[in-house]
Design a protein around this ligand. Sequence first.
Ligand code: DX5
Ligand code: ZN
Length: 205
Amino acid sequence: MKVSTSFLSSNYSLVDTINYLEHSSTDFIHVDFMDNTFVPYKSCSLKELEVLQNTKKDLDVHLMVNDPLKYLAFFSKLNTRYITFPYEAVNNHLEIIDKIKKANIKVGIALNPETSVNCLIPFLDLIDLVLIMSVEPGRGGQTFIPTTPAKIAELRNLSNRVLISVDGGINKDTIKLVATDIVVSGSYICCSDNFEERIKSLRDS
Ligand code: DX5
Ligand code: ZN
């Protein structure tokens, strides 16, 4: 199980947080980007995210926006491994999948807690990753939704190939409930005074 650390909620400045993550064993840095369209919040601006230009960690970019392609050029210039966009936000899934792949970036689709995994059936052979939201998208520090494990099992039955990641409310207790390839965890890691200890506690569970 790989750990992808979200820095949306952190006790430290953006620069310090990225620096701590750079020197940690996190497998990915999870970049939550919101522009007040898909969710009523804004994250750091693209300008602020330029701090990621020097990172050697692979970026796991989670776009919570209505127009994912608008940001493709920006994230293509960074060390981006995955770009994940919200299933519910768009109608042109195939076009988005195609354009992200053409930028040599792996592509994921995120599913809101109330959306059925069956919606993904037409896309499962075309994408690399599904991000199961275990909280409502938009904010860090929320409580894990208990119906998530059953949803993950349902998705695994639909595809053995696609990578499954889970995002929201992951800590040392809730991680025991999920069997995924990747876990995203934010406040549990970045609102602590020992990132590495928290990352290890997730990986070793
Ligand atoms: C929520 C974001 C998550 C969030 C996770 O909309 O997509 O990545 O930052 O934070 P925690 O782990 O605090 O729920
Ligand atoms: Zn996220």
